[in-house]
Structure formats: structure tokens, C-alpha cells
Write a protein that binds this ligand. Structure first.
Ligand SMILES: C[S@@+](CC[C@H](N)C(=O)[O-])C[C@H]1O[C@@H](n2cnc3c(N)ncnc32)[C@H](O)[C@@H]1O
Length: 286
């Protein structure tokens, strides 16, 4: 495998698609300002999964700390985004653990087994919905992002839940943020077959990806994001690359991709999914 070691304060000049093996914030700090046309990402959930790497986001003890971690990553992402660029953020919600503090290993999904689950955040009660998507959306608005749309990703094949006192959750959000009031958006590239403007509820089946211990994006979820907000040859960034779905869709649509992923196992998985992916891996020194 051909990899290049990047030494610390080095800048990362862009020369085509790349997979950066390293921490999202550290890597973003080295990318040139206003070099990316669109960002599409799905950050780690809070307290749900242990991705088995130091520096991972999602294991913060408190909810405000988790929001603050993501906020600093997205502040840096904002700097690298073109002034007329768009940022698509996929995020789901969850419930307080009721201070159970311990989650039993889940045989079907070993990455879900964690020694500790976060306690119920201050101000919330046992059984409360956390409201993470909107807490994060408001924090990002405070940072200057324009919140342009909240898209509901409806999952017709959502996993059943063993609950009898509330509806089963079958959706996540995709927030569309921009850096400026005016930005690049090609509405005709994502027009509905009946000629209507794209709607804000998207019905898309989830897709399992063998080998990944987390929810991967279905390609269909991110195709409209990339089509509406980039032209062929422009850069699409995913700072939480996982198995590299954003790279795959970008590649198929003739766009350049930049993926950042902390866990070397997932970097390898992503590289295997992308043609010539292995030659694109760049290791980022902490
Ligand atoms: C929800 S998954 C992304 C899945 C991806 N959308 C896909 O389709 O495969 C979140 C990813 O963020 C990575 N991650 C966690 N903390 C990170 C950090 N500080 N820097 C970079 N990646 C991180 C995890 O290893 C995990 O692969």
C-alpha cells in the first residue's frame, strides 16, 4: 500500500481525491481555505458506539461537550468551504439512558457494546428524547451558518423497536447549511420526475454494508446533496468518512472526494470500496 506521512505543521495542498487517516479537526486545520464546494457527513452518535480509537468523537461525558466537539470540527469545515458552498449534515436522535450507565454487549453489532453510557444530561429526565439534531443545528446557527432546510430522511425499513408507549422512530435529519446568503444550488439537477421542486421528506431504505460496524449512508441519500451543490470536478468533503460512501458517490458522479477518518480499519475498508483508493491514503500525524 502506498501511503505518505505528513509531518506536523505541513499544509495539505489539494491534488485530487484523498483519504486522510487522522483526526477530523487536526486534518481540517491543514486544508486550504475555501477549497471545498460541498461537505456531506454523518458524525458519530453520542454515547452509542465505540469506534475503538483514541480521539474519537462521541465518547464525551456530557451532551454540551459532545456538541462543542462537533462545533469545533464544523467551524474549521466552514473555513475550508467555498463561500458559495453547501454543508449537508445527517444526524439522528436518541433517548436518555435513564442513568443505566451500562449497556450490555450487542451480539449483532459489537461496536454498540460500550462500558459506559452517558448519564441523563442535566435538565433532562429519564425517557426524554435528547433533541441532539436541533441542539446542534442551533449551535451551528450561532456560529454563523445559515440553516436553509431540515430534510426528514424517512426510513421505510426502519428497525423495529421494543417500545409500547411511543411511536417507533423511523427518521433522521439532513440539515442543509450554507456559509452565505447566496450560494450555488442547482435545483434542476434534483428536480422530481413529475417536474416538482425537490421536497423536504425523502423516503429512502437503509442499506447495511458488510464489514462496517456502524450505519453507513445509503448512496441514494447523498446523491441529491452532491448533485445539487457541486459540478463535475469540484471537491466533496466528508470529515467522518467511515466506509467511504461519500467518496464512492462523488467518484461515480465525476467529483473529487476528500475523506477524513480516524480509524485505520475503516480507512482500509473505504480504500477497498474506492477504485485506486489505496493509493489515495495519506496518514496525518497527530
Ligand atoms: C457514523 S460513522 C460515518 C459513516 C459513513 N457516513 C459511511 O457511510 O460509512 C462516523 C465515523 O466517524 C469516525 N470518527 C470518530 N471520531 C473521529 C474523529 N475525531 N476524526 C475523524 N473521524 C472520526 C468513526 O470512526 C466513524 O467511522
Amino acid at each position: 500500500m502506498r501511503t505518505t506521512k505528513v509531518i506536523r505543521p505541513a499544509k495539505l495542498p489539494l491534488s485530487g481525491s484523498a483519504i486522510y487517516e487522522g483526526d477530523a479537526l487536526t486534518t481540517l486545520r491543514r486544508l486550504p481555505s475555501e477549497s471545498i464546494q460541498t461537505i456531506v457527513t454523518s458524525p458519530p452518535y453520542w454515547g452509542l458506539r465505540d469506534y475503538d480509537t483514541d480521539d474519537q468523537i462521541g465518547l464525551e461525558e456530557t451532551l454540551p461537550e459532545f456538541i462543542a466537539s462537533l462545533r469545533s470540527v464544523f467551524r474549521e469545515a466552514r473555513r475550508v468551504l467555498a463561500d458559495d458552498g453547501v454543508f449537508w449534515l445527517n444526524i439522528g436522535d436518541g433517548y436518555t439512558s435513564g442513568n443505566r450507565g451500562w449497556r450490555a454487549p450487542d451480539k449483532k453489532n459489537p461496536a454498540r457494546a460500550m462500558s459506559v453510557r452517558p448519564n441523563t444530561p442535566d435538565g433532562l429526565k429519564s425517557k426524554d428524547l435528547l433533541g441532539i439534531p436541533w441542539r446542534l443545528a442551533f449551535a451551528l446557527q450561532d456560529d454563523g451558518w445559515y440553516l436553509r432546510a431540515d430534510i426528514i430522511w424517512n426510513k421505510p425499513n426502519a428497525m423495529p423497536e421494543s417500545v409500547r408507549d411511543r411511536p417507533t422512530r423511523a427518521h433522521e435529519y439532513i440539515f442543509m447549511f450554507t456559509k452565505s446568503e447566496k450560494y450555488s444550488y442547482d435545483r434542476l439537477a434534483v428536480i422530481e420526475p413529475n417536474g416538482r421542486n425537490l421536497r423536504s421528506v425523502w423516503n429512502i431504505h437503509t442499506q447495511a454494508f458488510p464489514g462496517a460496524h456502524f450505519a453507513t449512508f445509503p448512496s441514494k441519500l447523498i446523491e441529491p446533496c452532491i448533485k445539487a451543490s457541486t459540478k463535475p470536478g469540484q471537491y466533496v468533503l466528508d470529515p467522518f468518512f467511515g466506509s467511504g460512501t461519500v467518496g464512492l458517490v462523488a467518484q461515480n458522479l465525476g467529483r473529487e472526494y476528500l475523506g477524513i477518518e480516524l480509524n485505520p480499519k475503516y480507512v482500509k475498508l473505504a480504500a477497498e470500496r474506492l477504485s485506486e483508493g489505496e493509493s489515495k491514503i495519506v496518514k496525518i500525524a497527530a
